[in-house]
Design a protein around this ligand. Structure first.
Ligand code: C2E
Ligand code: CA
Ligand code: CA
Length: 579
């Protein structure tokens, strides 16, 4: 603790020295001035803990010093004790009115002096303690106000952001197992309520909805409220489907609003957190898109975010009207992207990717039309076509160039749900004489969430035919590592969003290392997709990643160009680390 500093303002040199001596012996730190002006200067510069001031001093008298001191923000409460001769006693009142704390009449005894000083210092301590306490209270209250919505008494967006940020990025992989979902809830037809009801009524509607939602708050939820009709649940390690169902059902009971019962419904949008999606804003945006969709569908329902919701309505209607005929009009083609052995640099196989060349629109990306095809059910037909076409093509290459060439084809869950899928696939394999053990089917894990049991059965059936199953876009789904153990995949394709800046991006490097490690333990082959630089290639080789695919080697190619690659020997030079 710092020493207590006392300022002595006294023109009589003997009295001053005497005071300084005795107070120094008591352990006080001292500073002194022979006149009012210098005294005031010292007070301002040194912020003493207490001031002893002779009433009659040159340049500025004691009253004037006191007056100036009290006007100074830092000194307004500093204990101020006047020293006076007996003759000046009549001035007592005047000094007290100006805010002096005590008077000592000369000559005073040492114990009078020390007693007066101590009393004032204690008084000041108590005052400061009280002040600190009130400040603390005010700060707590301010903090609460800053982090809560005052209408519904729930944490606000700022609080949610803080809570989210406190889940440390460093435990990324840990957290992945602790699956997280954002669920955005809004009362349906809220604008109509707003038009027809008073401000007060709207406030109490929101309050009673908040009240009800609070009942569903538990250790695995975080409930927040953003401005006007946006309730947010963060759900961790909890059955999202069961939870949203419960919430929707809770709206079956009427709400009591100013003694009248009213019925409300709500829409919910859900976005699942995953390895690529750190960002709370991203999650909220996705949940918002899903929620709007749920509302457009009539409300009173929940909707998971899927990329298909993003394809805007103009594109969607174009795709919807034209995709039907694309096959018949032979606008679809298969492109092949080489997959390279990280050990030898040799092409070991390829991924077949669909391309749509529309005579007016040009190339339409599969990212645009596949989600719509999935929704329309067209994917079953398209999926069969690409399997048929690619198996026939690759069989030719196997015979001409390389008998062990593998073929990877993307599969949508819609196809798996089709009970005849295995039979049709078998027919294609027989008709094209394609060896089943060289076929890999790629499933995106984000699509596995929906029908775990059925998918499991189909995967088992496919595996019994000798077909390999790859998990695509690994790391971008809801429960990547869980699925890895549950489904016994043969191949893990590390999502291309992680395969970048592996030498400088510590998070990506850690994720890739962990995936490669985990896959190794489970006897899965690893494919890195989207490999586009030499440095990333070297890193992946060092991590023991088995197969590489990406623009660094080659983009997807039409069949003629792919054949030319094979014809030239199908070998890529592999970069090696300089060391
Ligand atoms: P995907 O299965 O993850 O396919 C890989 C995508 O990454 C392809 O995009 C490919 O062109 C692209 N790519 C390859 N190397 C690189 C690279 O180095 N950098 C970058 N930035 N990208 C690279 P594409 O062909 O546009 O396909 C997009 C998605 O459409 C595919 O993602 C897949 O989910 C879907 N898709 C394509 N064809 C089919 C299909 O026949 N059936 C199904 N169900 N889905 C398909
Ligand atoms: Ca794929
Ligand atoms: Ca992929």
């Amino acid at each position: 603790m710092s020493m207590t500093k006392i300022l002595v303002i006294e023109d009589d040199e003997d009295v001053r020295d005497n005071l300084l001596d005795v107070l120094a012996l008591e352990g006080y730190e001292l500073t002194a001035a022979p006149n009012g002006r210098q005294g005031l200067q010292l007070a301002r510069n040194e912020s003493p803990d207490l001031i002893l001031c002779d009433l009659i001093v040159p340049e500025l008298n004691g009253y004037e010093v006191l007056q100036s001191v009290r006007q100074h923000a830092d000194l307004a409460t500093v204990p101020f004790i006047f020293l006076t001769g007996k003759a000046e006693k009549e001035y007592f009142r005047q000094g007290m009115e100006l805010g002096a704390d005590d008077y000592l009449t000369k000559p005073f005894t040492l114990s009078e002096l020390l007693g007066a000083i101590e009393t004032q210092l204690k008084k000041r301590d108590r005052f400061q303690q009280g002040l600190r306490h009130r400040l603390q209270q005010a700060e707590l209250q301010l903090d609460y106000l800053r982090h809560h919505d005052s209408l519904v008494q729930l944490p606000n967006k700022l609080a949610l952001q803080k809570w989210f940020a406190s889940r440390d990025i460093a435990c990324a992989l840990e957290r992945e197992r602790d699956a997280l979902a954002v669920c955005l809830l809004a009362i349906d037809r809220f604008d109509r309520l707003q038009k027809n009801r008073s401000h007060h009524a709207i406030a109490s509607i929101l309050q009673s909805v908040a009240q009800r939602l609070k009942c569903y708050h538990s250790d695995s939820t975080y409930l927040a409220y953003f401005n006007l009709n946006q309730f947010v649940f963060l759900l961790h390690n909890c059955d999202v489907r069961a939870f949203t169902q419960k919430i929707l059902e809770s709206f079956h009971q009427p709400f009591l609003v100013r003694n009248r019962e009213i019925f409300l419904t709500a829409s919910m949008g859900i976005a699942l957190h995953n390895l690529t999606l750190w960002d709370l804003e991203d999650l909220l945006n996705r949940a918002e898109i899903a929620k709007s969709h749920a509302m457009q569908q009539g409300g009173n329902q929940s909707q998971y975010y899927t990329p298909a919701l993003l394809v805007n309505s103009i594109e969607r209607s174009f795709v919807e009207t034209h995709l039907h005929q694309a096959l018949a009009k032979q606008e679809l083609q298969v492109y092949y992207q080489p997959q390279i052995s990280a050990e030898t640099g040799k092409i070991i196989g390829m991924e077949a990717l669909m391309r749509w060349f529309h005579p007016q629109k040009g190339v339409i990306s599969p990212a645009q039309f596949i989600p719509v095809a999935e929704e329309l059910g067209l994917i079953v037909e398209l999926g069969e076509w690409i399997l048929q076409t690619a198996c026939a093509q690759v069989k030719v290459w196997q015979e001409r160039y390389q008998p062990d060439l593998s073929l990877a084809v993307n599969l949508s869950v819609r196809q798996l749900n089709d009970s005849q899928f295995c039979d049709r696939l078998l027919a294609i394999l027989q008709q094209t004489r394609f060896p089943p053990h060289l076929l890999e089917l790629e499933l995106t894990e984000s699509l596995l969430v929906e029908n775990i049991q059925l998918v499991q059965k189909q995967i088992d059936a496919l595996k019994s035919l000798g077909i390999a199953i790859a998990i695509d876009d690994f790391g971008t789904g809801y429960g990547s590592f869980n699925y890895l153990q549950q489904f016994r995949f043969d191949i893990v394709k590390i999502d291309r969003s992680f395969i970048t800046d592996l030498h400088s991006n510590a998070t990506n490097a850690a994720i890739v290392t962990a995936i490669a490690d985990m896959a190794g333990k489970l006897n899965c082959r690893t494919i890195a997709e989207g490999v586009s630089t030499e440095a990333d290639t070297i890193f992946l080789e060092e991590q023991g990643c088995h197969i590489l695919q990406g623009y660094f080697f080659s983009p997807p190619l039409p069949s003629s160009e792919f054949a030319a690659l094979l014809d030239a020997g199908g070998l890529f030079p592999l970069p090696r680390s300089p060391a």
